[in-house]
Design a protein around this ligand. Structure first.
Ligand code: AMP
Ligand code: ZN
Length: 110
C-alpha cells in the first residue's frame, strides 16, 4: 500500500475526519466537496486500488460496503426519496483517489 494514500490515512484515523460510521471493515465520512445535499463515502480499511483490482478475497468487503451504504441512506433519511451508489473506475471514469470508495449521493429537492 502506498504510505501516502489519503484514504488509508483517513480510515486509520490518522487525519482529523469525522466518521458517521465505523466498524472493523470500513468507515463512512462526508465527501469534502459534496455534489448533492447528501454525499457520503464508504471506504474499506483495506487498501484496494479500485474496482479493477478486486480479488476473490474481497467479496465480503464489497457486499458489506453496499449493505452499509443502504443502512446509511436510511440513517440520513434518503432511503425513500432515492439516492445513487457510484464507483468511479480509473481516470477516464472520474477516479481521482486510488483507494476503493463508494459514493452515496442523494437528498435532492423533490
Ligand atoms: P473519486 O473521484 O471517485 O476518486 O472521488 C474522490 C472523492 O474524494 C471526491 O469526491 C473528493 O471530493 C473526495 N475527497 C478528497 N479528499 C477528501 C477528504 N480529505 N475528505 C473527504 N473527502 C475527500
Ligand atoms: Zn489506501
Amino acid at each position: 500500500m502506498p504510505n501516502d494514500c489519503l484514504f488509508c490515512n483517513i480510515s486509520k484515523g490518522q487525519t482529523p475526519t469525522e466518521f458517521l460510521f465505523e466498524n472493523d471493515t470500513l468507515v463512512v465520512f462526508k465527501d469534502i466537496n459534496p455534489h448533492a445535499p447528501v454525499h457520503l463515502l464508504i471506504v474499506p480499511k483495506k487498501h484496494i486500488r479500485g474496482i479493477n483490482d478486486l480479488t476473490d478475497d474481497d467479496h465480503s468487503i464489497l457486499s458489506e460496503m453496499i449493505m452499509v451504504a443502504r443502512d446509511m441512506a436510511a440513517e440520513v433519511g434518503v432511503s425513500q426519496s432515492g439516492y445513487k451508489l457510484l464507483f468511479n473506475v480509473e481516470k477516464g471514469g472520474g477516479q481521482v483517489i486510488f483507494h476503493l470508495h463508494l459514493h452515496l449521493i442523494g437528498g435532492w429537492k423533490k
